[in-house]
Write a protein that binds this ligand. Sequence first.
Ligand code: PLP
Length: 424
Amino acid sequence: MKKYTKLNHEELMSVHAQVSKEYERMKALNVNLNMARGKPDFEQIHLSLGVLDTVDSHYPFGDKINYCNYGILDGIDEAKQFFANILETSPDQVIVYGNSSLTIMFDQISRGYTHGYLGNKPWCQLDKIKFLCPVPGYDRHFAITEHFGFEMINIPMDENGPDMDLVEEYVNNDESVKGIWCVPQYSNPTGVTYSDEVVQRFAHLKPAAKDFRIFWDNAYVLHHLHTSPRAHVMDILKACKDAGNPNLVFEFCSTSKVTLPGAGVAALATSLENKADILKHMSIQCIGHDKINQLRHIEFFKRPNSLNKHMEKQARLLRPKFDTVSIVLSHELSRLNIATWTKPLGGYFVSFNAMEGCAKEIVKRCQEAGVTLTSAGATYPYGKDPHDSNIRLAPSYLPLDDLQLATEIFTICVKLVSLEKLME
Ligand code: PLP
């Protein structure tokens, strides 16, 4: 098949007629398949159900019986050590929370808004708050900053991370810029891992606002698809400390996609000064999180190397799914010159770029054929992709056969809409 972009009008019409037939055939299958959110499937969940058996009424609590009581606001020591190992930091910099890192992020923004960080003016008393948003990015980050009424500024990403010239320009000169959202390893949705140079440039920022913070969401720190090659993002907390900027970062992480998304454990790591400030507020908010679930996780992963082995089992389930998507996309689209997509080394997503002006229509046609995708635009602040091009594919949740079919239907919609665009 010739590149679609090289076809003349007549050829475009003829290919369009064939693809339309395929589309109608797929529609007649009446499928109902969801490729929208990056959820683990039930086989993945089964790998972690043992978490629930580790601590029950027969557990030899000994002096840990106080874990059943109120208190221990920053989490049990074992859990602080567990997350410190994952984030390559020290346990005294960690606070362990309940099940969701997104809740911690919301709380952090909320605290900046109502009370301010480290004695700075609360953001609610300022006229304008701006947040930098590397794009494409995670819709729920953008939803939080939109909820608080902040102005969001798109920062383009490349294969090394956000455009740091632009980040420096904004952060170092504009006092109303108070934060940036980052997913530094296996970014959602691009799969990009920030280079050491990008991390160092973050650490050496000279923010115009004293209360500017980097929201470093290391959600996919453990989520390698392969034993090798693997990405590894530099420790930002240490980089910031070494650069004389110790308070610049809040780092987040959780076991949502390590164990049970609905019943995992989440954590924040930051400087000692930030941590003390957070705990001061938290002591009003709660008396302690679910320490028994923290202990369950510690027991589940107590054997040496068990966390790594567990993540390798997760990868063995996920890899064939990413391979399926990659094979179908390559087979159906690679020669047509109408799209590009990522082949990530980890994380949960494939980021697909259609021809400009096609993404919304592709998602619509997929929906009409029974395949639900993340809304077009969701990977941009305010749901507005200026190029109407990016679509986030989530291979994890569907069984393999369904995933193959959903991806095939997707490619038919991509062809159909691209041909229509070229015929305009
Ligand atoms: N951060 C990123 C980048 C995510 O992709 C997700 C879920 O998809 C989350 C956070 C949600 O984390 P949690 O389950 O800990 O709230």
